[in-house]
Structures are given as structure tokens and as C-alpha cells.
Design a protein around this ligand. Structure first.
Ligand SMILES: O=C1O[C@H](COP(=O)(O)O)[C@@H](O)[C@H](O)[C@H]1O
Length: 223
């Protein structure tokens, strides 16, 4: 794991967005389409703001969330809504969003169709992940009902997930899909997440799911 500490959140957003843009640009120069996987939650908005204004051939970029909360898109917790508002705007409006949400009561009902729409676009060229204080990443939560299946090397591309204390069902990319990314960045803010990350390095993936990507990741942190 590489660890980068920044003076402030503005510096982090500028620098991380530049690194990601460089990696997307390099992947685009190889021809064809490029898959960019992004987190939801509270952390990535400022990085999206910078990236959305970068000149890239966004028309060849497919964007997918690392995970989604099974809520309608007009719900304030919708990760899809965040990506539409903060990333797929400006120059990046030309990118295509591969959906992780459909209009069904449960993720199980839409799983096969959503996975079919994603499979042909793999592997992920650039992966940006977030992490919770509980060491979850994407929707791989400690104690989640399907965590062991999602961590397995033969896990399907997408899995539904439910976890104690998490208010809604989730759908998530699984460990082999995250592990297959060509470039991986983990974005965390504040002392609690830094301490959690240090703890995760000593724990198993069942205890600390984020640990499955730490070997391959560059961690970006500031207070
Ligand atoms: O629920 C989620 O949480 C994580 C971390 O979010 P943050 O608000 O602590 O930055 C996020 O990476 C994930 O995509 C999201 O669904």
C-alpha cells in the first residue's frame, strides 16, 4: 500500500483528480473504451467536481459505481444521483453511466440484468474507492449477510448485500472485480478513518473488507 498525506482537502482533490485523469488518459490512448469505477457517499464529491472539468475523450469512458444503495434516485442517499450531479456534468457529461440501480423492490430482481450490462466492460481501468469508519469498502461490510461469497475468488461480478445497521439493501462490485482493477485509489478523510486503516492492515478481509485492496491501492488522506 502507498500512503499519500495532503495539507488540505482542496490540495487532495486537485492532486488526486489529476492522477486519475492521467491514468484515464493513458488507458484511452491504448484505444477502445475505458471503465472508471467510483464510490458514492460523502467523500468523492470534490474530486468529481475537478474531474468533470478535465479535457478527456469522455465519450469513450464508462462510469460505474463501486456500489449502490437500493433507494430511488431522488433519495438523498442515492449514489447514482451523486455521480450524475457531480461527475457526469461539464466535459464529463459525454461519459456513459453503467447502472447499478433499477426500478425494482429488491436488488435480487435486477441483479442479472445489471451484471450483464457490466461484464463486457471489465476489467476496471481506474478504481476510486471510499471507506467507512467500520472498514467497509464498496458495500463489503463487516458482518454482512453475503460477505464471504463476495470475497471469494469465484464471486460473481455483482452481489446484493445487507448488513446490520445499514438502513437499506445494497448492490456491490465483488472482491475479484475490485482486485482486477489496473489502478486503485482509496480516498479517506479524518483521524478515525486513518486509525481504521491502520487497524485493517492487521485484520482479515472478513473483519476488515477494505484489506482486500490494500496491497494494490494508493491511499489518499488528509484531516
Ligand atoms: O455507504 C457507502 O460508504 C462508503 C464510504 O462513504 P463515506 O461517506 O464515508 O465517504 C462509500 O465508499 C460507498 O460507496 C458508499 O455506498
Amino acid at each position: 500500500m502507498k500512503f499519500r498525506e495532503y495539507q488540505d482537502r482542496d490540495m487532495l482533490a486537485l492532486d488526486l483528480a489529476n492522477q486519475i485523469a492521467g491514468e484515464l488518459g493513458a488507458a484511452l490512448r491504448q484505444g477502445g473504451r475505458v471503465l472508471f469505477a467510483v464510490p458514492g457517499g460523502t467523500s468523492p464529491g470534490p474530486i468529481f467536481d475537478v474531474l468533470s472539468d478535465v479535457a478527456l475523450d469522455w465519450s469513450r469512458v464508462d462510469v460505474v459505481l463501486t456500489d449502490e444503495r437500493w433507494v430511488p434516485e431522488d433519495d438523498p442517499r442515492s449514489n447514482t444521483a451523486l455521480v450524475r450531479k457531480r461527475l457526469l456534468t461539464g466535459k464529463a457529461a459525454a461519459a456513459s453511466l453503467l447502472p447499478l440501480r433499477a426500478d425494482s423492490d429488491t436488488p435480487e430482481e435486477a441483479l442479472d440484468a445489471l451484471a450483464a450490462g457490466l461484464k463486457d466492460h471489465l476489467p476496471i481501468s481506474v478504481l476510486l474507492l471510499g471507506m467507512g469508519d467500520d472498514m467497509h469498502t464498496a458495500s463489503l461490510f463487516p458482518g454482512a449477510d453475503r460477505l464471504a461469497d463476495a470475497l471469494a475468488s469465484d464471486a460473481p461480478v455483482l452481489m446484493p448485500m445487507r448488513a446490520p445497521g445499514v438502513p437499506e439493501p445494497r448492490i456491490t462490485l465483488t472482491a475479484p472485480v475490485l482486485g482486477g482493477a489496473m489502478a486503485t485509489h482509496l480516498l479517506i478523510f479524518g483521524p478515525a478513518k486513518r486509525a481504521a486503516l491502520q487497524q485493517a492492515e492487521r485484520l482479515t478481509p472478513e473483519e476488515a473488507p477494505v484489506s482486500v485492496v490494500l496491497d494494490q491501492a494508493t491511499v489518499h488522506w488528509c484531516d
